[in-house]
Design a protein around this ligand. Structure first.
Ligand code: PMP
Length: 353
């Protein structure tokens, strides 16, 4: 090791899902939306002023913040935006998890949380999910330096009832509670309204999943004005211009087409429910998912072997070589046609065993 390396901030990075690029692939590995963004987004892309790209974007991202405020009927000062919800969450970890007590999150959850905790030197303690993959709310009642969990949880897809979230909030008036709602639009109930009641709550959402805009990187958070101001202060101390001009314009545009949004989300929910039935018939088991993925296991198959067999066919799903979940696969809900390709393969795979 060189001398200078002693001063390096070393981190174990997050491993994102693969982004292969085969024309025939069925890509069900990163929870992307299989449908295109709202048609107005394409129209707006064509209308965008190329000449304006020489200018910095508005540091307050006003166009998008105001569009979100109108859409959700909230005050613009209750909204923070960032480069995907990863950026919003990272900024929130940096800002709010600055105490000595450990931050609490589930042992099976979004695998970026422990990475940010490592990066920012935040002490943390994982709370085991119950066998059925539900979160035991009482595990979050002890002294802590903050609480964070996705709802629905990832990669399990399991939703926590809003009443349980409120119980967690009531037991945590002295620390910040972050609810990561990346998948909330696929049938979950949002905790967004609770920000009026709890000044220590931050609810984070994204355009990456339900609005088909993962490629643009747009995330946002709701909170009381004070909590949002703290986030802004950290952001302006880090990078004033996080959101680029196209993202601001296209994000605001996407919010205008409510009918398209509902239609797309409903299609994915219908495909999910149909896929659940077929997977169950094939002998897979899974917790009930309220997201755009299903986390499955099979008594007769090794998840890793199945993952490799699928990959050979250019069908991509997600496998995590981690304790408790190393015999599971996370399957993103694609179009009906994509799911049919997957299900046909699984049927053949089962017969050949
Ligand atoms: N939270 C959870 C639970 C996720 O699964 C993801 C997607 N990887 C994110 C946040 C981040 O999504 P994005 O940065 O695209 O908004």
């Amino acid at each position: 090791m060189e001398k200078w390396e002693e001063n390096v901030r070393r981190v174990t990075p997050y491993t994102p899902g693969e982004q292969p690029d085969f024309p025939d692939m069925v890509k069900l590995n990163t929870n992307e939306n299989p449908y295109p963004p709202a048609p107005g987004v394409l129209w707006r892309m064509r209308e965008m002023q190329y000449e304006n790209l020489r200018l910095y974007p508005a540091p307050g991202a006003d166009l998008l913040v105001n569009a979100l405020a109108d859409y959700y009927k909230m005050d613009p000062e209750q909204i923070f935006v960032g480069v995907g919800s990863d950026d919003v969450l990272a900024m929130a970890f940096l800002t709010f998890f600055n105490g000595k007590e450990p931050v609490l999150f589930p042992d099976i959850t979004y695998s970026f949380y422990d990475v940010w905790a490592g990066l920012f030197r935040i002490p943390y303690e994982c709370q085991p999910l119950l066998e059925d993959f539900t979160i035991r709310k009482e595990d979050y009642y002890k002294p802590n330096g903050g609480v964070v969990f996705p709802n629905p949880n990832a990669p399990t897809g399991v939703e926590m009832p809003l009443a349980d979230i409120e119980d967690i909030l009531q037991h945590n008036r002295d620390s910040v509670v972050i609810v990561d709602e990346a998948y909330i639009d696929f049938g979950g109930i949002s905790a967004r309204k609770l920000v009026e009641k709890y000044d220590n709550l931050l609810v984070v959402q994204t355009f990456s999943k339900s609005r088909s805009m993962a490629g643009l990187r747009i995330g946002y958070a709701f909170g009381c004005k004070k909590i949002i101001k703290y986030l802004q202060d950290a952001k302006y101390s880090f990078n004033s211009y996080t959101m680029n001009r196209p993202s601001l314009e296209l994000g605001a545009e996407a919010l205008k087409d409510e009918a398209y949004f509902r239609q797309t989300v409903e299609k994915i929910i219908a495909t999910r429910e149909r896929t659940k039935k077929r997977l169950a018939e094939l002998g897979f088991t899974f917790a009930d998912s309220k997201s755009n993925f299903i986390f499955v296991t099979h008594p007769d198959f090794s998840a890793r072997e199945l993952f490799e067999a699928l990959k050979k066919e250019h069908i991509y799903v997600r496998y995590f070589a981690k304790p408790r979940i190393d015999n599971y696969l996370r399957i993103t809900i694609g179009t009906d046609e994509q799911m049919d390709v997957l299900l046909a393969f699984l049927e053949k795979y089962r017969k050949e065993r």
